[in-house]
Design a protein around this ligand. Structure first.
Ligand code: PLP
Length: 438
């Protein structure tokens, strides 16, 4: 309560703007679940650069949320800003025709993730939607398998949870055209037996998963789990789609690249645009070519894939600069090193406190869990979440000018995040945890 009062008192301009916003925007926030965010109202942003964000009340935050990965390249990275300015000046932001950036970006994604043929969208959500439709088209099978407690954007087929042995639409899903329970089988992450049971009747077009869950806290794959998943899916004739939207924190090619996995499809968004909307979905060449042949043979094809602004020149100019000049292999090495130092020091700090904890690392991303050892499934992770503590930390750190990921004590490091920023974060964390010390 004290922290909430402190927040209100120190954010008068944000408070006023937030109350006015409610009159014009549904719920007054970009996504309705943000109404349950730990701060009494959303901070209104004035500007952001690198790892720092300034709000309308003049607070200068260290941003370790980074737009939940959308700004993983740092806010307005210079090469991306330069490419956007150049495209603005040359003109031709959206023409429904390709620019040469498309081929460069697709080539770069292939080098990183292994799959050869790409299509662009405006979000990761849309990349997943197109991918699932395409998987059904390719396999002529009706169902998809996803992980219990997964999140792949507002995609009906993946918006499910397990209720005992039954797959159910997830609370909060708004108006799906068909009940997701009829399109989808959810299985626990890290459970190959349950996966095999879901695949055995050969009705499943694709298994869609993040290679590590990141939206119900971070849940890392057991050793060999992902390799086993690929093998089982292929044995039963299902495609494997890995959603690397968040797990790209693990390296330039996400966990796919890091572990040398061979999925049939990869979806991604957020980070690769350097802050500009873009998503991408990539398929193995033979699958993509089969789709093209199928479309070419279909004289009735009036366009089931893509959109007019997908692959627009602005998004692709930004993605090209971001991938080739900002989120480079070297940048990932440096981000990983800074994040690891943050974790090392965080562990030392937490050791002084009287609750269970563990810290999970995924390259440039890490998370403090208030449980030890870290959970292995989405359901365990949901049960283990200390919602009150996570909410307290988000609010208390906001009051100490550090923006943490909401609902999870999760940090993301950008190429602009320095060891001095790590110091700032740890000081704020120590101060916020002090009342809880043993
Ligand atoms: N996939 C994953 C793994 C995500 O975490 C998210 C969003 O958090 C998405 C897809 C959807 O991204 P967007 O909301 O940008 O479409």
């Amino acid at each position: 309560a004290d922290e909430a009062e402190r927040f209100r008192a120190s954010h008068p301009v944000s408070a006023q703007l937030a109350s006015r916003r409610g009159e014009h925007l549904v719920g007054g926030v970009p996504m309705t679940w943000m109404r349950r965010w730990a701060t009494p109202f959303a901070i209104t942003v004035e500007r952001a650069k690198g790892s720092e964000l300034v709000d309308v009340d003049g607070h200068r935050y260290l941003d370790v949320c980074l737009g939940d990965t959308g700004a993983m390249a740092g806010h307005s990275p210079e090469p991306t800003a330069r490419a956007i300015r150049a495209r603005l000046e040359s003109g031709g932001l959206t023409t429904m025709l390709p620019t040469d950036d498309a081929e460069v970006v697709a080539d770069e994604l292939t080098r990183r993730f292994g799959v050869e043929r790409w299509q662009f969208t405006l979000s990761a959500t849309d990349a997943n939607r197109f991918m699932l439709r395409t998987a059904r088209q390719l396999t002529k099978r009706p169902l998809v398998v996803v992980m219990d407690w997964c999140y792949h954007g507002t995609v009906d087929e993946s918006f499910v949870v397990l209720d005992g042995a039954l797959t159910r639409s997830r609370p909060g899903n708004v108006g799906p055209a068909v009940d997701p329970a009829t399109t989808t089988r959810a299985v626990p992450f890290n459970d190959l037996g349950a996966l095999e049971a879901a695949l055995a009747d050969r009705q499943v077009a694709a298994v869609l998963t993040e290679p590590a869950l990141t939206n119900i806290g971070i849940v890392l794959p057991d050793e060999g789990y992902l390799e086993g998943l690929v093998e089982l899916a292929h044995h039963y004739g299902s495609l494997v789609v890995l959603d690397e939207t968040h797990t790209i924190s693990a390296g330039p090619g996400g966990l796919t690249g890091k572990l040398g996995l061979r999925p049939d499809g990869v979806t991604i968004g957020k980070a690769i645009g350097g802050g500009v909307p873009i998503g991408a979905w990539g398929l193995r060449a033979e699958l993509a070519d089969a789709i093209v042949a199928d479309r070419d043979a279909d004289l009735e094809d009036t366009g089931g894939i893509g959109g007019t602004l997908a692959g627009n020149a602005l998004s692709l100019a930004a993605a090209r600069a971001t991938l080739t000049e900002v989120l480079t292999e070297r940048a990932f090495d440096e981000m990983g090193a800074v994040s690891h130092e943050l974790v090392r020091r965080e562990r030392a700090l937490l050791a002084d406190h009287g609750f269970d904890w563990s810290v999970v690392e995924l390259g440039a991303r890490s998370e403090v869990r208030f449980v030890s050892p870290p959970p292995r499934t989405g359901a365990d992770s949901a049960r283990a979440a200390d919602v009150d503590l996570d909410r307290y930390l988000h609010l208390a750190l906001a009051n100490r000018e550090v923006l943490l990921t909401p609902f999870h004590a999760m940090t993301l490091v950008a190429p602009t995040t320095t060891l001095a920023h790590v110091e700032t974060y740890l000081d704020a964390l120590a101060d916020a945890l002090a009342p809880l010390a043993r």
